[in-house]
Design a protein around this ligand. Structure first.
Ligand code: FAD
Length: 466
């Protein structure tokens, strides 16, 4: 197989301390040991049994620290930046995007907790996840926004005002009662913790939009139905049902109304990795095709010697390079423009946060961090630390990366199929799966139409800024 480093590099985006390269090496090893050998088998299995659970791969992921990779080091995690996560996901997706999405969807759930600086959850569920990972027990997260009648509409504050919502959180003494349903939730059926976002009031969805951490097994919460998927089959898409599901105040993240802001920050973070997922799928297809052309005899020479093939490969290469540059830039923009200001000087803050961790885990301290007053001050602090212009710019560029990389990736996969034609059954099966997988990258994390809308709204509309 063509080594990725021989094709196109990460150049100036690599972390100067070598962290990105270390993570990438690990990801390559993980992919070759645990993804490549089973990708097709799992994909086939899940066509017949969509509930098949690729749990063993998550257990292996624990060995490689993949579950806690984006968790800051002061909480015991791998401290990976968004750019690091994107690079790792690209690598895993070149093997199988369905398997990679088990981790990608988990990171999305985690990022809602991490980026909202939910201290209460830092010292409870994030700690639990990090500790259990060391014992080879994956604690999976998921994020649930989409509703049966509102997909695009709940991903954008303006559309949310008129969305046809059917999931609500009613305030009751000591917490909230959730009622309604969420659909297409990646990891929803295997997650121990799901971040559920919904409105409290039908007439004021934006002002009352909130997020709650709901644990599997909570009374009134079920995730029994999973979809029969076209692509990325290894990762379940589940229907979540809430019937008078009580969640205590301590499980609310931020405060009512702060979640639309948090959603924008989370999407600014998560869309570059989704762009990387698409790039990885296309890279897998490209590499398979290149190998096939090298080895396949055609008349007196190789298929690779045909000029039409060379031109097609050059096209694919150019699209992949463009895609990679685009998502790397978006990841870099988020890490430097949003994440760094939010976290401040880590050399000073990390030791302090670590020092006070045992104190924070005491019952009285947990009561304080769960209180509304504390959550409100943290929400205000997050808004204060993140420059609004930078957040919008980052969201615009990550949305651009998301739609352009996934559109390019579809084109790369189609070109690969054209080159392979009716021959090369094994490679064709791989590329056919790539095409099924890559379609989802155009849909989730906001459809590509919505992402175009965000680029216009957050960047182009205000005039071209440097
Ligand atoms: C396999 C899978 C996994 C998923 N995982 C998750 C997950 O983990 N968590 C989660 O919350 N969601 C998840 N989703 C949901 C996904 O984010 C939504 O499907 C997506 O947001 C689109 O919503 P929808 O399906 O309701 O389509 P709709 O919103 O009904 O859109 C239908 C079409 O109309 C277009 N459209 C809608 N409004 C506009 C507009 N104003 N302007 C232009 N075009 C418009 C859309 O782009 C789309 O092409 C997943 C979806 C799938 C298929």
């Amino acid at each position: 197989m063509t080594a990725p480093s021989q094709t196109f590099g990460f150049g100036r985006y690599l972390d100067r301390n070598g962290r990105t390269e270390r993570l990438l090496r690990k990801a390559r090893e993980f992919r070759s040991r645990f993804i490549d050998p089973v990708a097709h088998e799992i994909d086939r299995e899940m066509l017949h049994d969509p509930r098949y659970n690729a749990h063993d791969i998550l257990v292996r992921g624990c060995e490689y620290g993949l579950m806690s990779m984006p968790v800051p080091s002061f909480l015991g995690g791998g401290d990976a930046s968004i750019l690091d996560c994107a690079v790792v996901l690209e690598e895993l997706c070149a093997g199988c995007a369905g398997i990679a999405n088990l981790f990608g969807a988990h990171y999305l759930g985690l990022s809602c907790v991490l980026l909202g600086l939910s201290f209460n959850q830092f010292d409870t569920v994030i700690r639990e996840m990090v500790e259990k990972e060391k014992r080879g027990e994956p604690v999976v997260f998921a994020a649930a926004v989409t509703e049966p009648m509102a997909g695009t509409d709940v991903e954008d504050e303006d559309f949310l005002r008129t969305a046809r919502l059917m999931t609500f959180a009613e305030k009751v003494s000591g917490g909230y009662l959730l009622n309604g349903s969420k659909v297409f939730i990646s990891n929803g059926s295997i997650a121990k913790y799901t971040v559920v976002s919904c409105a409290a009031e039908r007439s004021r969805p934006v002002q009352t939009w909130s997020s709650f951490l709901v644990a599997a097994g909570t009374k009134g919460f079920s995730a029994d139905k999973v979809e029969l998927k076209m692509g990325m089959r290894a990762c379940h898409a589940a229907v979540l049902a809430f019937e008078d599901c009580f969640v205590p105040d301590s499980c609310e993240m931020g405060i009512a109304g702060s979640s639309t802001y948090l959603t924008e920050v989370v999407l600014a973070a998560s869309r570059a990795p989704v762009a990387a997922i698409a790039t990885g799928i296309a890279r897998g297809a490209y590499e398979r095709t290149l190998d096939y052309c090298r080895n396949r005899r055609c008349g007196s020479g190789r298929l690779l010697d045909r000029q039409w093939v060379q031109l097609a490969l050059a096209d694919m290469f150019a699209m992949l390079q463009t895609a990679r540059d685009t998502y790397l830039h978006a990841g870099y923009l988020f890490d430097t423009g949003v994440m760094e200001p939010l976290m401040g000087n880590r050399r000073l803050s990390d030791p302090v946060l670590e020092l006070f961790a045992p104190l924070r885990r005491t019952a009285p301290a947990l009561k304080v961090t769960a209180s509304r007053a504390f959550r409100k001050s943290v929400s205000d602090f997050v808004r204060l630390k993140i420059d609004d212009g930078m957040k919008d710019r980052s969201l615009a560029f990550s949305s651009m990366a998301k739609f352009s990389c996934s559109d390019l990736a579809v084109r790369v996969c189609l070109k690969a199929l054209e080159i392979l034609g009716p021959a090369g059954a094994e490679e064709r099966n791989f590329v056919e799966k790539s095409l099924r997988d890559v379609k989802l990258a155009q849909i989730y994390e906001g459809t590509n139409q919505l992402n175009r809308h965000v680029l216009y709204k957050k960047h182009i509309k205000g005039g071209i800024r440097d």
